[in-house]
Design a protein around this ligand. Structure first.
Ligand code: UD1
Length: 417
C-alpha cells in the first residue's frame, strides 16, 4: 500500500514554489494536435495526470520528450484517432481530446467515460456543443464514435459553464468554418490560458475570462513555446498548510488574482495573507475562527477543488462553519476520514456542518480522491501523533513531490511505496 506517514504539530515555515497548473497543461496537451509543428511547454510538473496524458499523445503517434520541467512535443506524425479504453478509465479528462482530434482528423473515438470518485460527471454539454459544430456522434456499445466531414462555426449556449465543455468546443472551433460563439462559457483562468496558448500558435480567440468566448475558425496554427499559468489549487493547498499548522509560508510563483476567493476566506478565518507581486505569504494561527457559509461555485467563486482542504482547516477552527458543495455531488468522501481523526463534521446532502474541535488525532486514513487526499495530509500536519494517509497515488495525480515540498517547510512527512 502506498502511503504518506506524517508526524504532526510542526508549524511550517519557509518558501515553496508552485509549478504549472495541471488543469491548464491537460487542455494544452490536447491543443497540441491543432498544429503539425513542434510545441514546447515550460514548467510542467511530473504529475500522474500529466504523465498519463503524455502517454495518450505517444499512443496516437506524437513524439514527446521531457527535459526537466519542459515538454517538447512533435505532433507531425499522428496516426490514430482512437484513445485506448485504459487511458479513458485512468484519466477522465481525456475526453478533452475529442475536440482537437476532430479538428485535426475529422474523427475521434473514445469509450464513454463513466462517473469518477467525485460524482457522475456527465458529458452531455461537450457532445451537444460538438454536434452543433457539425459532428455526428454514434453512441453505441459504450463507445463514442465521432465524425465531422466538415466543422461549421455555430452559436452555442451552454446550459452550465462547464470547464471541459468550453475547452472541447474551443478546440474543435479553431478549425471550423467561420465564427463560433460560446455563451455562458466557463470563466476559469485555465480557459484564458487555453485561449492564450492557441493564440500564441496563431489562433484567433477572444473573450475567455468572460462568459462569451468567440473563436474565429479555419486557423492554421504554427509552432510555439509557452509557459502555462501556475497552479492555483496547489498554491491554495500550500496556503492552507501554512494556515492549519499556525505556520508562516512564502509561496512563490502564483497569480494572486486567481487566488482571490481563497485569500478572502483565509483572512475571514483570521490568517494574515500578504500579496507580494507574484507571491503570497500566509501566516496562520493555532486557533483560527469559523467562517461564513462557504459555497463552491464556478470561477470567480470559491473553487470546488479547494473545498476538501478548507474542510480540514475549518475542522480545527473555533466555532461552526458551513460549506455547501454545489458543483459535484459526491465530494465529501474525506469527511468520514476526518471524523476518524476526531473532527466533528456532519454531512447533510450537499452541505457539511463543521463544529471546530481543538485538536485532531493521528490515525490511519485513506485518500478517496485527489483533493480529498490532500485534505487528509493537511489534517495530518495538524494532528497530534502519527497519521498514515493510504492511497497516495490519488494525491500524486495533482501534486508533485508533495512530501519533499512540505519537508522543506519543516513538516515531518515521508512517503512509503
Ligand atoms: C474541471 C477541472 C476540475 C474542477 C472542475 C470544476 C480539469 C481537468 N478539471 O473539471 O478539477 O473541479 O473543472 O471547476 O480541468 N457537467 C454536466 N455536463 C457536462 C459537463 C459537466 O452536467 O457535459 C457538470 C458536472 O457534472 C459538474 C459541473 O458540470 O457538476 C462542472 O463540471 P465541469 O466544469 O465540466 O468540470 P470538469 O471540466 O470536468
Amino acid at each position: 500500500m502506498t502511503q504518506y506517514v506524517i508526524n504532526g504539530r510542526k508549524p511550517l515555515s519557509g518558501k515553496v514554489r508552485v509549478g504549472g497548473a495541471k488543469n491548464a497543461i491537460l487542455p494544452a496537451l490536447a491543443a497540441v494536435l491543432l498544429t503539425e509543428k513542434p510545441v514546447v511547454l515550460h514548467d510542467c510538473p511530473r504529475l500522474l495526470d500529466v504523465e498519463k496524458t503524455i502517454m495518450i499523445l505517444k499512443t496516437i503517434g506524437c513524439s514527446v520528450k521531457r527535459e526537466s520541467r519542459d515538454l517538447i512535443i512533435d505532433p507531425s506524425n499522428i496516426n490514430s484517432w482512437i484513445i485506448p479504453d485504459s487511458y479513458v478509465r485512468e484519466i477522465r479528462s481525456s475526453i478533452i481530446f475529442l475536440g482537437s482530434m476532430l479538428a485535426r482528423m475529422g474523427r475521434a473515438q473514445i469509450t464513454y467515460p463513466g462517473g469518477c470518485e467525485i460524482g457522475q460527471r456527465p458529458i452531455d454539454l461537450h457532445l451537444k456543443g460538438l454536434k452543433q459544430l457539425g459532428v455526428v456522434i454514434d453512441e453505441s456499445n459504450g463507445y463514442l464514435k465521432c465524425e465531422a466531414s466538415k466543422l461549421e462555426g455555430a452559436t452555442i449556449h451552454l446550459d452550465y459553464p462547464s470547464v471541459g465543455a468550453t475547452e472541447n468546443i474551443m478546440l474543435a472551433a479553431v478549425k471550423a468554418k467561420g465564427r463560433t460563439v460560446i455563451y455562458n462559457a466557463a470563466k476559469e483562468p485555465e480557459i484564458v490560458d487555453l485561449q492564450n496558448f492557441i493564440n500564441a500558435m496563431g489562433g484567433n480567440i477572444r473573450g475567455a475570462g468572460t462568459n462569451t468566448v468567440v473563436i474565429e475558425g479555419e486557423r492554421k496554427l504554427d509552432e510555439v513555446e509557452y509557459t502555462v499559468i501556475p497552479d492555483r489549487i496547489v498554491a491554495g493547498t500550500y496556503m492552507v498548510a501554512a494556515a492549519i499548522t499556525a505556520g508562516d509560508v512564502f509561496i512563490e510563483n502564483v497569480i494572486p488574482e486567481h487566488l482571490q476567493a481563497i485569500i478572502y476566506k483565509l483572512r475571514e478565518a483570521g490568517c494574515i495573507v500578504e500579496v507580494h507581486g507574484l507571491n503570497v505569504r500566509v501566516k496562520g494561527k493555532y486557533r483560527l475562527r469559523a467562517v461564513e457559509h462557504t459555497k463552491t461555485l464556478p470561477y470567480p467563486g470559491f473553487p470546488t477543488d479547494m473545498q476538501a482542504q478548507f474542510t480540514s482547516l475549518l475542522s480545527v477552527a473555533r466555532g461552526t462553519s458551513i460549506i455547501s458543495e454545489t458543483i459535484f455531488e459526491n465530494r465529501y468522501r474525506h469527511v468520514p476520514e476526518l471524523v476518524r481523526m476526531g473532527a466533528n463534521i456532519r454531512v447533510d446532502g450537499q452541505t457539511a456542518i463543521i463544529h471546530g474541535v481543538r485538536s485532531l488525532k493521528g490515525t490511519r486514513v485513506t485518500a478517496k480522491d485527489l483533493r480529498g487526499g490532500a485534505a487528509l495530509v493537511l489534517a495530518g500536519l495538524r494532528a497530534e501523533g502519527q497519521t498514515i494517509v493510504e492511497n497516495k497515488s490519488y494525491i500524486e495525480r495533482g501534486y508533485e513531490n508533495l512530501e519533499g515540498a512540505l519537508s522543506s517547510l519543516g513538516a515531518d512527512i515521508v512517503k512509503l511505496s
